[in-house]
Design a protein around this ligand. Structure first.
Ligand code: GP9
Ligand code: MN
Length: 711
């Protein structure tokens, strides 16, 4: 066979088309291997990654097959090929700097990105970048010099259609595999990394385009009049602060500790091991819960939906709800105007703000959203030493996380507003290994439930160690430390199995019980204060911000917040779930059914009076949720001026060189610097951090089972 014959298929339209697909696939693999870091956890994810460029490449290039005339057909294919290459290449270069993918919004503001990068853009190029382009250049050359001949014969329309159909089928298969590995991928859109990992760069860009279009439409229709209605609603629901507590923590540092997936039933819980010996799951957090320096809430509910962790953040930072579908952080977080806690505290009280989290900054679109919330710094996984041994799929384990955070914390100017997002107590709860194992497993048929307690115990020790550091470094006395659970850790589908551990019967477990276990811890610890107690007021995450601001002595009357101070005498005890269900001290409305809290029984025939009351509650809940949606979907806060806050310019924020920035500020301030580091005569406090493994703390136990000697 002569060389010419061997390659002659390239001279057919379908042959050329196939060649383009293969080359495009190779370039995707190049990007996946050398540029993108998409942590792959199992063989299926590897497989999905390998196939995910195929469907969209096939779909897009197949457009060229419908063009009958020779030249236009080839030009169409080459133009599409060029666009796909450009998209892939730009993402590869962008990723090298930002560890993130390019969204439609980023493209629209491309000038800003380019000027932000400046000279460094050139530095982002790599010698192997030629591989992204060489094929295109050679193909153009080969076509121009007729080394590849253009085929006169058009592809039959039916054949073209067959390829389009094939691409749709492959895409469906791809999506099916993706959803089976990561359920609700499209409805929850966890992170851009996930979308690319599962569906490829083209599909990600298209998906992002559709989302952007949708939100832009709603936003465009909203007006300042809508804002006036919202302001009216908020005014009517304002709960004035309690004089006794207003300003109790004025000027203190705020330290939020995000207790991942921690439900209230873990408080004071003692887990029985196989020998019937009880083990307190969270001894340290329990001690805070019962301390007279803590306002502990026993009827505090999470209010999140699909955005889970990020929804809880939305609620705590803004006193607004997440969205009814998907996650506000990913859909609107990078676009909207907010009047969030870090911004309020910065502009009114001079706080510096920072988030610490040992997962990739793109997860839940935090790297963009935090700018809009006004966070000065975001220390994501790139600031931590994360290894395979000290982390799992959602990031760094809690002990090294807190420990490694203090080298940044000590440089922050005080007062600061900070949030530490712990993550070890996250599904699947089986990530502890080596010296950290030893806490007994529960004895149910569900492994997820069984290991939930040991990761909660691990988290408890991590928090304990962090508190010890706060005391050692002197930060403790001047801080207000708030611990909260973000949402359930055991889903409703598993609750029947959980029932036995809560002293309940699986057969009588009902939706009423499902509602009750949505309680999460909410504890406000104010060192030195002695009025602390366990408070049984019913409330939810939306109430946290006004509660905190009043403790800090900040007037909230002119802010658009949908919650009410939990310490206020005016607080209304009606807690909305995101889907319109609710709880009150007397009744629970869940799954569309009304229950009596005293008996847990369904109320099938409510009295006229009760019916009226419940209808009023339903309306109040739906008003609160609708107001939240109106604010968020319409981006209404951009019209609001009465708060007196200056609008945030997200471009002023950049989380890539936090360390340089905090140290520079410290130096510039000199004697005036209030950071812990400066206060300690410019010496680090990191050596004050003590950490011990479970095995070191419980040396008498073996790693496989626990003994009676455990305290
Ligand atoms: C990841 C973490 C988990 O960074 O916050 O989010 P979740 O899955 O709980 O929503
Ligand atoms: Mn979470």
């Amino acid at each position: 066979m002569t060389k010419k014959n061997y390659f002659s298929w390239v001279n057919k339209r379908l042959g050329f088309f196939t060649l383009l697909i293969v080359l495009m696939w190779l370039k995707n693999m190049l990007a996946y291997t050398l540029d993108f870091h998409l942590s792959l956890e199992n063989a299926l994810q590897h497989f999905i990654l390998i196939i995910n460029p195929i469907a969209t490449t096939l779909l897009l290039l197949s457009v060229g097959l419908y063009v009958r005339r020779k030249k236009p057909a080839y030009i169409t294919m080459m133009v599409i090929y060029f666009i796909m290459t450009t998209l892939l290449f730009s993402n590869a270069v962008y990723y090298r700097e930002f560890t993130d993918f390019i969204t439609i919004n980023t493209m629209l503001g491309a000038g800003k990105v380019a000027s932000g990068l400046g000279e460094s853009a050139i530095k982002l190029f790599r010698p192997y970048d030629i591989l992204y382009w060489i094929d295109f250049i050679l193909l153009v050359f080969a076509l121009a010099t007729k080394r590849i001949k253009m085929d006169e014969t058009p592809v039959r329309a039916r054949m073209a259609f067959a390829f389009t159909t094939l691409s749709v089928m492959i895409f469906s298969g791809n999506l099916f595999l993706a959803e089976s590995d990561r359920p609700e991928l499209l409805t929850r859109t966890f992170s851009r990394d996930y979308l690319v990992k599962y569906l490829g760069i083209n599909a990600f860009t298209a998906y992002d385009g559709v989302q952007t279009y949708k939100t832009t439409q709603v936003r465009a229709q909203a007006s300042a009049t809508d804002m006036d209605e919202v302001a009216e609603y908020v005014k009517g629901h304002y709960a004035k602060p309690n004089d006794q507590y207003f300003g109790l923590a004025k000027g203190r540092n705020v330290i939020y500790i995000h207790l991942e997936s921690t439900q209230q039933f873990l408080i004071d819980y003692k887990l029985k091991d196989e020998n019937g010996v009880e083990h307190e799951v969270m001894p340290f957090i329990n001690s805070l819960y019962h301390s007279n320096s803590t306002f502990s809430f026993s009827n505090f509910f999470h209010q999140v939906k699909a955005g889970k962790t990020s929804d809880s953040e939305t609620l705590f930072e803004n006193s607004l709800f997440g969205l009814n579908q998907g996650a506000l952080f990913t859909q609107l977080g990078g676009k909207n105007t907010f009047e969030a806690a870090p911004n309020i505290l910065k502009q009114t009280q001079g706080y510096t703000s920072a988030v610490f989290h040992g997962n990739s900054g793109t997860f839940w679109n935090r790297n963009e959203t935090y700018k809009h919330l006004g966070y000065d710094y975001f220390f994501d996984a790139s600031y931590y030493n994360v290894t395979e041994d000290n982390s799992f799929q959602y990031g760094l384990n809690d002990k090294p996380f807190f420990q490694q955070s203090v080298k940044y914390l000590e440089h922050l100017q005080q007062p600061f507003y900070t949030k530490f997002i712990a993550v070890s107590n996250h599904y699947p709860y089986s990530q502890l290994s080596g010296d950290e194992t030893g806490f007994p497993l529960a004895q149910t048929k569900d492994e997820t439930i069984n290991s939930y307690f040991s990761t909660a115990n691990y988290m408890d020790t991590a928090v304990h160690e962090f508190f010890d550091y706060l005391k050692q470094s002197g930060l403790y006395d001047n801080s207000i430390i708030i611990l909260y659970g973000d949402h359930y850790g055991i889903s409703n589908a598993r609750n029947k199995e959980l029932a036995q551990l809560l002293g309940k019967d699986r057969d009588t477990w009902s939706n009423f019980d499902n509602a009750q276990v949505q309680r999460v811890p909410y504890m406000i610890h104010i060192p030195g204060m002695t009025q602390g107690k366990i408070i049984d007021t019913y409330g939810g995450q939306v109430d946290a911000l006004p509660t905190l601001l009043h403790l800090l002595g900040v007037d909230t009357q002119n802010y658009i917040q949908l919650g009410q101070d939990l310490l206020s005498p005016d607080h209304k005890q009606l807690v909305a779930f995101r889907d319109g269900d609710f709880v009150t001290p007397n009744y629970t409305y869940y799954g569309g059914v009304l229950y009596d809290n005293k008996t847990g029984e369904e109320i099938t025939e409510p009295s006229e009076e009760l019916k009226k009351q419940i209808d009023a509650d339903k309306d109040a809940v739906s008003d609160q949720l609708a107001t939240s949606d109106k604010i968020n979907n319409g981006d209404l806060l951009r019209f609001y001026t009465k708060s007196g806050l200056k609008a945030i310019n997200p471009d002023d924020y950049n989380y890539l060189k936090n360390t340089d920035r905090i140290e520079k500020i410290e130096k510039e301030l000199g004697d005036k610097s209030t950071s812990v580091y400066s206060k300690h005569n410019h010496t680090s406090t990191t050596d004050k951090y003590q950490t011990k493994s479970y095995q070191e703390l419980h040396p008498k136990e073996t790693s496989s089972s626990s003994s009676n000697e455990n305290k």
